[in-house]
Structure formats: C-alpha cells, structure tokens
Design a protein around this ligand. Structure first.
Ligand SMILES: [Fe+2]
Ligand SMILES: [Fe+2]
Length: 195
C-alpha cells in the first residue's frame, strides 16, 4: 500500500496504547514538521517550479490545521504540546536519499519522494490507529487523517511525476521505498507516529 514494502507490526498499537500522550505529542510535532517542510519546498523550489506553489501552500495550511486538531486532543487530556522530537525515521530516510545522489537524481525529486513515503507511512500508521485504538473518538479522528495522508502521498507522487517524468519517478521511488522499508523495520516499536 502507498509504496510501502514493509508493513508495521500490529504490536505497534500496544506501544501506543501504553503511552498515548507521548504518541499525541509526537504526532503534533510531525504535523508541524509537515507544514514547515511544505513551505520550505515552496521557498527553495517555488521559483523554478511555479506549478508546485499552490498545492504546497494548500498542503501547509492543511497540515497546520492538523497541528491544531492534535493539540486540542492533547489539551482535552490535560497535556501540552511537549518539546520538539527528533524523527529518527525521517532523518534516516532523508540521509539515505542524500547518500545515493551520485546516481544522478535531482535533489527535488528526492525531497518529493521522501515526503511521499513519509505520508504513506503515516497513512498506514493512522489506519492501524483507526482500527486498533480503544478510544472510539480517536479511532474516528485517525480514520479521517488516514484519508488526508493518502491524498498527500498522491500529491507528492504527482508533483514528482509532473516535474521529472513518470519513468524516473517510478524508478527512484522503487529505490527509496526499499530504503524506507529497511529503516522502518529496523526501528524499535515506540509510541511515535514513525517509531
Ligand atoms: Fe497532516
Ligand atoms: Fe500529511
């Protein structure tokens, strides 16, 4: 599903249920990073790729709304946003893409495809939450967000294909999806969106 080669263990839900607040705090930070990253793509590449500006600005707005929605669920539980977290998964995936630059793919293609895979993994995790959490309200919240992440995966894939062609996009996505699967399967299960 969504470019993912390694399915998350169903035991991840147990790690989340054991520390829901930590997962929600990490999730809020993930949404912040997603909004920030979309705007950073606009700032860095919007001049050369004007067709990307509007969809990425709209994406940043949607991710910002998600920050508010997750934060509200934290405050409803008497929790706060918490400190910024390091997303080891995203960091390692971006590093893996950079390490293979010698094969000639442009940095923007990698940025878009790494973003697509991160959205795809988030979608998969949110599906697990929407099926497995004991809190019914949170289950429906994550069902809704799962749909957003699937659309975001499609958006980043389309932006990549439009700018760099279907063939190159497909080939590079296949390589990066392999790296993504290796990284996701090597991380210990923890109460984090990508942990
Ligand atoms: Fe989001
Ligand atoms: Fe997203």
């Amino acid at each position: 599903m969504l470019g993912l080669l390694h399915p998350t263990s169903p035991a991840w839900i147990d790690a989340v249920e054991a520390d829901l607040e930590t997962m929600l705090q990490d999730h809020a930070q993930c949404e912040l990073k997603a909004a920030h990253s979309a705007l950073s793509l606009v700032g860095r590449y919007g001049g050369d790729h004007p067709a990307m500006v509007e969809p990425l600005v709209a994406l940043a707005q949607e991710e910002t709304e998600h920050v508010g929605q997750v934060t509200k669920r934290l405050t409803d539980r008497g929790q706060s946003l918490g400190a910024p977290t390091t997303d080891t998964y995203v960091r390692r995936l971006a590093r893996a893409a950079r390490a293979e630059h010698h094969d000639g793919y442009p940095p923007l293609l990698d940025r878009l495809l790494v973003a697509a895979l991160v959205e795809g993994r988030s979608c998969e995790r949110f599906r697990l939450l929407s099926d497995g959490l004991s809190d019914a309200a949170l289950r429906s919240f994550y069902r809704e967000l799962m749909g957003s992440e699937a659309r975001h995966f499609a958006l980043f894939s389309r932006l990549a294909s439009d700018a760099f062609g279907v063939e190159d996009t497909r080939a590079r996505l296949a390589t990066l999806a392999t790296r993504e699967g290796e990284i996701a399967s090597s991380l210990p299960l923890s109460p984090q969106v990508h942990g």
